[in-house]
Design a protein around this ligand. Structure first.
Ligand SMILES: [Zn+2]
Length: 265
C-alpha cells in the first residue's frame, strides 16, 4: 500500500504569507487577509517597533495581528552573518524575549533581516530555539523546505504572483505550498494595493487549499515527517501531537490522530 501525505482535512495545497518589519500598512494588509480568509506571518524587530510612528507598537501587537502569526526579524534588523557571535545571540534572544513578553505567547519563527545568513547564523538560531527562518530566494515553485531554517519562498509579491497563482490553482500535486513574501509599505510606495487584493480574491474560498501561517505549516510538516509505517504500508503510526492526513493508493483519505496507530484494510 503506497501512501501520500496530505494537509489537514485532506487538503492538497497550502498558501502562506510572510510580511516583514511590522509597519503601519500591515493593518490594511490584514484587513484584506481577513476578508479573504488568508493567514499570514508578520516578522517584527522588537527593538525598533516603538521607535517610529510608522511601526506597529509593542502594546498593539495582540490587537493588530490577532488571528495571524508574529515572528522574529532580529531585534535591530542586523546583517546576522556580519556580527560577532555574541551580538547575534543577543539580537535573536532579545527579539524573542521582548516579543514574547508583549504577546504572551512563544515566538520562535523568523525571517532573516535582509534575507542574508550563513551556516553560523543557522547554528545560532538552532541553539536559540528558532525552528524556521525565511530567506528571500524565490523558487517560483511549490516545494516544502528540506531544512526549515532555509525556507525559500515561492515569490515576492511583485514577481508575477497572479501567473504563478494560476499554475498553483491548476496543479494537483499533494503538499504543494505557495509562499508569498514582501513588505506591506511597498503597496503604498508603488501604489499597487490592487495586486494583493486581486491575488487574495483569486485564491480565496478554495476547498483544496489550507490557508495557514508559517508556524502552522512548520508544525504540521514536522508531524508528517515523524510518521512511521510498516514496510507494507498497512500500519501507520502517528507519534506526533497533531492529527495527520494521508491518502491511500486507491484514493481514500485517512486521518491518523495524535498518538494513534492505524491499520489500513
Ligand atoms: Zn526587514
Amino acid at each position: 500500500m503506497e501512501l501520500t501525505f496530505l494537509y489537514p482535512e485532506g487538503k492538497l495545497k497550502a498558501l502562506t504569507f510572510s510580511y516583514d518589519d511590522g509597519v503601519a500598512q500591515d493593518r490594511r494588509l490584514i484587513e484584506i487577509f481577513n476578508r479573504s480568509g488568508m493567514k499570514g506571518t508578520f516578522n517584527l524587530n522588537a527593538g525598533l517597533q516603538d521607535s517610529h510612528n510608522n511601526k506597529i507598537h509593542l502594546n498593539e501587537l495582540n490587537t493588530v495581528y490577532a488571528g495571524h502569526e508574529i515572528a522574529c526579524h532580529g531585534k535591530l534588523h542586523p546583517f546576522m552573518e556580519r556580527q560577532p557571535l555574541l551580538s547575534r545571540v543577543e539580537d535573536v534572544l532579545e527579539d524573542r524575549k521582548i516579543l514574547e513578553q508583549a504577546v504572551g505567547k512563544i515566538v520562535n519563527g523568523m525571517a532573516y533581516p535582509y534575507g542574508t545568513y550563513d551556516s553560523r547564523v543557522i547554528h545560532t538560531l538552532t541553539a536559540l530555539g528558532i525552528v524556521y527562518s525565511r530567506t528571500v530566494r524565490s523558487t517560483g515553485g511549490f516545494g516544502l523546505p528540506d531544512n526549515f531554517l532555509e525556507w525559500h519562498p515561492t515569490c515576492h509579491h511583485r514577481e508575477n504572483m497572479a501567473e504563478i497563482g494560476k499554475r498553483f490553482l491548476a496543479g494537483s500535486y499533494p503538499l504543494a505550498l505557495f509562499y508569498v513574501w514582501g513588505h506591506s509599505y511597498e503597496f503604498d510606495n508603488n501604489n499597487n494595493w490592487n495586486i494583493i487584493e486581486d491575488f487574495c480574491a483569486q485564491m480565496a474560498g478554495q476547498e483544496n487549499i489550507w490557508y495557514a501561517a508559517n508556524m502552522e505549516i512548520y508544525e504540521y510538516v514536522t508531524a508528517l515527517r515523524s510518521v512511521v509505517t510498516s514496510a507494507d504500508g498497512r500500519i501507520v503510526k502517528n507519534p506526533s501531537a497533531l492529527s495527520v492526513w494521508l491518502r491511500t493508493e486507491d484514493y481514500r483519505v485517512l486521518e491518523v490522530k495524535s498518538g494513534q496507530t492505524l491499520a489500513i484494510f
